[in-house]
Design a protein around this ligand. Sequence first.
Ligand SMILES: NC(=O)c1ccc[n+]([C@@H]2O[C@H](COP(=O)([O-])OP(=O)(O)OC[C@H]3O[C@@H](n4cnc5c(N)ncnc54)[C@H](O)[C@@H]3O)[C@@H](O)[C@H]2O)c1
Length: 320
Amino acid sequence: MVDRLRVAVIGSGFIALYHARAVAELPGAELVAAANWRPESLARLAAECGIPRTTTDWRELVGDPEVDAAVVATPNSLHAEQAIAFLDAGQHVIVEKPMAMDVAEADAMVAAAERSSGFLMVAHCWRFHPAVLALRDRIAAGELGEVVKTRGYGVHARWGPAGWFVDPDLAGGGALADMGVHAIDTARFLLGGPEPVRVCAAIGTRYREIAVDDDAILLISWSNGTNSVVESGWWQPHLAGLEAETEVYGTGGFARIFGYTDPPEPDYEHCPQSMYTAQMAELVEAVRAGRQPSPDGADGRVVMRVVEEAYRSGGVRAAR
Ligand SMILES: NC(=O)c1ccc[n+]([C@@H]2O[C@H](COP(=O)([O-])OP(=O)(O)OC[C@H]3O[C@@H](n4cnc5c(N)ncnc54)[C@H](O)[C@@H]3O)[C@@H](O)[C@H]2O)c1
């Protein structure tokens, strides 16, 4: 067992910086390396976070005895290959959402984790937000009675991503795979982790001429009898709820996580660094304790099952 978890960050884009800062903030972890095919962004990340070693070939870090854990923060099409390579070398992995392109890849990752001495964690970050945890606890305490339905949002209003996010071969889907997964996992987390028993959806590309979906409405029936509506989208003209916002309707009352549709003040940060640091702390603490971190590959796979079933039932999934 190591005193400090020695972490390598794979990818040097938007979310890699949050993960790198998280590792840097934690006394039980240390940033030892970063890898990305683009040397410019890699050098920027390394300089900003004081990462001593960089490489443009992530495979160099696979099996490296100086690297205990890898953060997979690359486009979705690379998640399975990279996570499996590190797991097969006995290293721990935290992989970004969505964990994979489809359920088959998620299965391969879960199988790799099962045969590995390393752990697999999936970065469903909203599980680490204090407001999400507080509502989860209220529901578990029975404050809302029996939960009848939830309505959750994974939507960007008036903007959407470009680049690899709208390339089906790299992203595996559009706003549903990008943003819907936050709302799906948050609903399930609030409900205590039920299994989906039925998923149907209406999915389309309505706001922009792109090769993936920018609009979806899902209906998920869970094994505990609750139904969840999940809306995902990019470029919507209006926001009914911030990312991962979830409304909960119970026999004993109503609650929602955040409670506002627009940012409440100009400098409001909806996705704070502290959420990602708490997420990384779970990996560090779990490894130190020798236990499986949560959420694990099986939790990530449930989200992929819902996404895959929704694309199947919604009729729209750009050809890969
Ligand atoms: N949890 C969250 O809040 C959150 C937020 C944003 C992104 N994400 C997830 O993190 C992952 C990375 O997203 P991001 O926003 O950091 O993206 P990004 O485009 O900012 O960064 C992607 C990184 O991967 C690199 N890369 C390696 N191979 C590539 C290839 N073949 N094509 C394109 N880029 C390649 C890019 O150079 C870049 O450094 C995605 O899975 C995304 O869904 C999660």
